[in-house]
Each structure stands twice: as structure tokens, then as C-alpha cells.
Design a protein around this ligand. Structure first.
Ligand SMILES: [Zn+2]
Length: 320
């Protein structure tokens, strides 16, 4: 572990013991950068919570090499590959224990690797931070119109919203997820910290557009949180709300979903979002899927094939 109060940029690793069939005394080394400037707040910025989401690691790595610590106010602690084994395997879950890092918070100091990373973050890094930015994308199975997410129940929703709008993603999304108690958001809320997350693309890839937005947007958000001078007005962001999960369009049967819309499109209730084609049988006609309400297409499936229970599409609602 590196020293966190050294002036300027300090880079190194956080070591976690692991013991597997392939490596009995393995040291899992998570990359960490700490940037210290003048007196001010601490912001913890996380990427790679899920290993198949690439915009966060890219933007954080770029930030670590771009910030002039002589101009920096406060401290930035950067963890670009929080779940390093999953990042290096290109998988959502940790390969060794099969766990989802963002479903095991607050973690367990005597648990598996994933549980111990969550516990270390909850007990060591989050208490010393004022703001936490947790960058996600849709991963292999979902694809998002790039969005910054603000927990609606947060006691600091106004500050989180202002910093999120400064990112300048096409959408700033109020969320109230029914699984939030298992996630880092619940730990942040219990500690009274500001937490902001994102969905910056997906389908298991990174594009020029999403990488550029993530990099430029993160720099604008860091400035808006008081760490650097604000240089430019951000692009306009639609302020929307994630609907309850029972209003997501869910796949009924294995099919290829053929979208009739693009991510970010404005739609009206009843508009056709696409058709499911049941290519494993003859005589079954394609099924149309419709927008459940007015709004914008925030998310569609990230792979051509959808299986029963998968999310096909999510339409965000206006929150202004
Ligand atoms: Zn994620």
C-alpha cells in the first residue's frame, strides 16, 4: 500500500493475498494512484468494479497522467482496476470465487477475495473520502446511452446532481434501485458520503465516443467537485429517472432482439422498440416490444441473443 499524504503523485499497488489451484501464495496487486495538492477534499475514483466495463479504467488512467498536482486542490485517490482479476479476465464477476463485487458490500474481512476487497474499501478508503465516483458501463450484456447516475435517496443529492451534470453525459439519471442495499451506494450513504456512479456504454467494448466522453467528462466532474479550475461549460445533459424494474422490458423467451430505435432516442408510449425473432423454431411470428411510457431509450441488450429474463430495453422518464 502506498502513502496517501505524500505531496504530488504517488503510484503503486494494494496487495491482497489469494490462494488458488494455480497460485498458492498469490499476491493480487491492485493499481492505485494518489494525487495530493493543496488543502481540500478527498475524492475516491473507482473503475473496474466489474471487469468487462472499460470506460472507467480508461478515464481514470488518463486522469492519473494528466493532472498537474501544483494546480490541484485536495486529494484524488484513483483505483482504475478495483476488481483486477475480473478486469484481466474480461469478466463481470471475479473468476476465482464467482462473486459480483458490487453485490457483496460492505464485505467481509474473513471472506473470499471479492468480499475482502469490498471490506477494505468500506472500512479503509471510503471513510477518508468526501466524494466517491464509481464508474461503470453496461458490460457485455447491456448497452447504455452514456449516463451518470445519482441515487435519489442520497442525503447529498443536490451536490451529486451538480457534479453529475458537469460530467456532460447525454443523460443524468436519478436511480432508486431495489438491490441498492448490497452495493457500494449503501455503504456511502451510511457514511454520509456523496456517491456518483455511471453507465458509460457497454456491450463489452469501448468506443472512441465513449472513451472520449468518459475521459473529458471525468475531468469536468473533478473540477466541479472543487479540485481544479472549471474551464468549460459541459454539454447539455437530459435529467431523467430510471423507472422501477417492473417497467423494464424483459425477454420472455430466447430470441434475437432486433431494435427499431437507437440508444438515446426519444420515444412515446406505445412506440415499437424492436422485434424478437424466435430463430430456433418455425411458425412463431416475430413479437413486437413497445415503449411502456414516454421517455428516452436509456439501455438495450448488449448482445444479439436475448434469453428469458434478460433486459431487452429500458426507457428513462423525464425528471425535470
Ligand atoms: Zn458495473
Amino acid at each position: 500500500m502506498i502513502v496517501l499524504d505524500q505531496p504530488g503523485l504517488t503510484s503503486g499497488y494494494v496487495h491482497f493475498h489469494n490462494s488458488t489451484n494455480k497460485s498458492a501464495w498469490q499476491s493480487v496487486r491492485l493499481p492505485i494512484h494518489c494525487l495530493n495538492g493543496s488543502e481540500g477534499p478527498t475524492t475516491l475514483i473507482l473503475g473496474g468494479m466489474h471487469g468487462d466495463e472499460y470506460e472507467g479504467p480508461v478515464a481514470i488512467d488518463a486522469l492519473a497522467h494528466a493532472v498537474d498536482t501544483n494546480a490541484l486542490v485536495g486529494r484524488l485517490i484513483l483505483l482504475p482496476a478495483l476488481n483486477l482479476p475480473a478486469v484481466m479476465a474480461g469478466t463481470r464477476l471475479t473468476p476465482d470465487d464467482g462473486l459480483n463485487l458490487n453485490r457483496v458490500f460492505p464485505g467481509d474481512p474473513l471472506g473470499s477475495l471479492t468480499q475482502r476487497i469490498a471490506h477494505w474499501l468500506s472500512e479503509t478508503m471510503m471513510p477518508l473520502s468526501d466524494h466517491i465516483v464509481d464508474l461503470h458501463s453496461g458490460g457485455r450484456t447491456l448497452n447504455f446511452a452514456s449516463s451518470i447516475l445519482v441515487p435519489e435517496a442520497s442525503s447529498q443529492v443536490a451536490l451529486a446532481k451538480a457534479a453529475s451534470m458537469a460530467f456532460g453525459a447525454p443523460f443524468t439519471v436519478l436511480i432508486n434501485e431495489d438491490h441498492a442495499s448490497m452495493t457500494i451506494d449503501a455503504v456511502a450513504e451510511n457514511l454520509g458520503k456523496v456517491i456518483i456512479s455511471s453507465e458509460l456504454g457497454g456491450a463489452g467494448m469501448v468506443t472512441r465516443h465513449t472513451a472520449t466522453l468518459a475521459t473529458e467528462g471525468l475531468a469536468r466532474m473533478v473540477a466541479a467537485l472543487g479540485h481544479l479550475p472549471v474551464k468549460e461549460a459541459p454539454p447539455t445533459s437530459h435529467y431523467v429517472r430510471l423507472p422501477p424494474s417492473d417497467r423494464f422490458l424483459i425477454c420472455d423467451d430466447d430470441m434475437i432482439f432486433v431494435p427499431a430505435i437507437d440508444l438515446g432516442d426519444a420515444v412515446r408510449e406505445g412506440d415499437i422498440l424492436g422485434h424478437g425473432r424466435f430463430i430456433d423454431r418455425v411458425g412463431t411470428k416475430p413479437r413486437a416490444y413497445f415503449a411502456p411510457h414516454d421517455g428516452w431509450v436509456l439501455c438495450i441488450g448488449g448482445q444479439g441473443l436475448s434469453r428469458r429474463g434478460d433486459v431487452i430495453a429500458v426507457v428513462a422518464q423525464d425528471a425535470t
